[in-house]
Design a protein around this ligand. Structure first.
Ligand code: FES
Length: 117
């Protein structure tokens, strides 16, 4: 049975194709969703690729010491926590990641729909 609120583990990238430390990239998950993937000191963090302000692609932001700055209006976010530095009530929508067998995975909301299987 499909449960839309459950998480599903989805491959985001191979380690070879992942962003280098201090970089971000847009990645398409194996089920077709586009996310931002950041590398902070060798740890990977995934979030929606939309700035909460006006939906710019946050992977394009500049990164310094684990903080990404959106290129459109310079809002800043802590990549590890997703917290906005300007307003603690605003966060990037983040997803837990893991690395296994040379690939990066994320726990994403299960959006599959359809009849029970
Ligand atoms: S769209 Fe990111 S700060 Fe405005």
């Amino acid at each position: 049975m499909c449960r839309p609120n459950e998480a599903m583990r989805v491959k985001l990238s191979t380690l070879e194709q992942a962003p280098a430390p201090g970089k971000g990239a847009a990645v398409r998950s194996e089920d077709g969703r586009v996310l931002a993937l950041f590398n902070v000191g060798g740890e990977y963090f995934a979030c929606e690729d939309r700035c909460p302000h006006m939906d710019s692609p946050i992977h394009d932001g500049t990164i310094h010491r684990g903080i990404v700055t959106c290129l459109w209006h310079m809002w800043q976010f802590d990549i590890k926590s997703g917290a906005c530095l300007l307003n603690e009530r605003i966060k990037l929508a983040q997803f837990p990641t893991s690395v296994e067998d040379g690939a990066i995975y994320a726990e994403l909301p299960d959006v599959r729909t359809g009849p029970e299987s």
